[in-house]
Ligand binder design. Structure first.
Ligand code: GLC
Length: 470
């Protein structure tokens, strides 16, 4: 473990000393407003009027939220499982009830595209072109003013700062983010539930991102300028909801995006497209993403819950194994399963205490660069978890470089499994092995015991690991 701690310190040191290049990055498609609500041990007692015992008896967690009861059930189950989850709220009444029942602690930019665009711009690591699905005046205070937003005025399409945009549209796209800690939550004075792990549950009411709206000006501008971009980071597919428009399917919503990706790649074959997953258990949607989008992108990022839901649809045996035991070997087998179907992909899995990547076999230099990028992403993620946000690069100077013991043991366990499972294996250095066909990189990470906020930490990990290896 000491070797890893030293490696973390030296990686930070050399990163701060090196000259960093500003990369040209495209980002889309989900940007929304997050209302963060911190659940405290007695918050749930406010639900007195609801029959909590009866609600808790229900076995199945609903796919989406159609009533206050179904919202309460989803929230309580997420707390009981300590799981990161997200559900769509179908009826506005539930939003009104949430607004009247809870105290909102903070309003932030939400949606992976919005969060990652702000982060890369603030850290001066990228010049970002952002697809903004709707021009709402509340974004002015939440989005960084140096982000480039394609905007059409009088038939002319140009890029603008959020501060210069006009023609605001009013639509509802609020996401309620319920953050909870490990511990006891009281439902009544005598009845309680236990939360095993700090996490967050998101309930979203969003008619904008649910149709993955992309302005025609963004399409035009990105295509005309695609040569100058090296990376496109896309997300928001988990929010798709064909039910809000007549005669629409997932494939109908995805089709224009597929054409846009193909056009981008035709002009700029070197463009790397990364797709960031988010929670959804809708099998039809997962199938559409898996079959239509994965062949077109170069890289994907996901956490263990997102991996589970992909496997539930694509490989039930691996899914059951992983659901029974969340070990590094089972997680590796999960991502291997996706990789075998799409060997052109770089797959990055982030889990509490360690990260894994798999891709086709890398040269030694590339593999070492990827490992360093993973380490740096873990460092930034620890700053984000501890402080709730990252204000500047120098903050990583104050990170306590002490990797998780359980993460370290899991990585050790995985690498001895790989040694025994694969005959010809090249061990490049700690945390990197290659077989004839693929390279696996695994690093233990830093765990922040009592994080200030968890929403957006996964996005921070994925985007920085990707950007910094380039
Ligand atoms: C999902 C949610 C969004 C949240 C983001 C954080 O995209 O819809 O509200 O900000 O995840 O990763």
């Amino acid at each position: 473990m000491e070797t890893w701690n030293k490696l973390y310190s030296s990686t930070i040191e050399s990163f701060l000393l090196r000259k960093r290049k500003l990369q040209q990055v495209i980002m889309g498609f989900n940007v929304n407003i997050d209302k963060v609500i911190r659940i405290r041990p007695d918050t749930l007692q406010g639900f007195k009027s609801k029959n909590l015992d009866e609600i808790l008896l229900q076995k199945e967690v609903p796919m989406d939220i159609k009533s206050i009861e179904s919202f309460v059930l989803c929230l309580l189950r997420a707390i009981e499982g300590g799981k990161a989850d997200e559900k769509l709220i179908v009826t506005e009444d539930v939003c009104d009830w949430i607004e009247n029942t809870f105290v909102v602690d903070e309003i932030k930019i939400g949606g992976q595209a919005g969060i990652m665009a702000n982060l890369l711009t603030k850290l001066e690591l990228a010049d970002v072109l952002l697809s903004l699905p709707v021009y709402d005046d509340s974004f002015v205070d939440l989005l960084h003013d140096k982000i480039n937003i394609p905007f059409e005025s009088n038939g002319i399409c140009s890029v603008q700062s959020i501060t210069k945009l006009q023609g605001f549209e009013k639509k509802r796209f609020i996401h309620y983010v319920f953050e909870f800690d490990k511990g006891t939550y009281y439902l009544t004075t005598s009845n309680s539930i236990e939360c095993p792990r700090q996490n967050r549950f998101i309930a979203s009411h969003d008619t904008v991102n649910s149709l993955l709206e992309i302005k025609s000006c963004f399409k035009k501008y990105s295509l005309e300028n695609i040569q100058k971009y090296s990376i496109a980071i896309v997300s928001g597919f988990h929010l798709l909801n064909p039910e809000i428009q007549d005669n629409t399917t997932y494939y109908d919503i995805i089709a224009p995006i597929i054409s846009m990706f193909k056009e981008w790649k035709k002009i700029n074959p070197d463009l790397k497209i990364h797709l960031e997953f988010a929670a959804t258990r809708d099998r039809k949607l997962i199938k559409a993403i898996f079959q239509r989008l994965l062949p077109l992108v170069n890289s994907i990022g996901l956490n263990e819950q997102e991996l589970l839901s992909v496997l539930e649809t694509t490989n039930v045996t691996t899914y059951k194994k992983l659901r029974n035991e969340m070990s590094s070997v089972n997680l590796f087998e999960g991502i291997l399963n996706i990789w075998v179907k799409y060997p052109h992909l770089r797959i990055h899995l982030h889990y509490l205490g360690y990260y894994l990547t798999i891709s086709s076999r890398l040269h030694e230099k590339q593999a070492i660069k990827r490992k360093q990028a993973l380490i740096l992403s873990a460092v930034f993620a620890s700053v984000k978890a501890r402080n709730g946000s990252i204000c500047s690069i120098v903050e990583i100077n104050n990170v306590l470089c002490s990797v998780s013991k359980s993460g370290y043991d899991e990585i050790e366990g995985l690498f001895s499994f790989l040694r025994s499972e694969y005959k010809s294996i090249d061990e490049i250095e700690d945390g990197i092995v290659s077989t004839d066909s693929f390279t696996v990189i695994g690093i233990p990470t830093i765990i922040i015991k009592s994080a200030k906020q968890l929403v957006g930490v996964g996005d921070t990990i994925s985007v920085l690991a990707l950007l910094l290896e380039n």
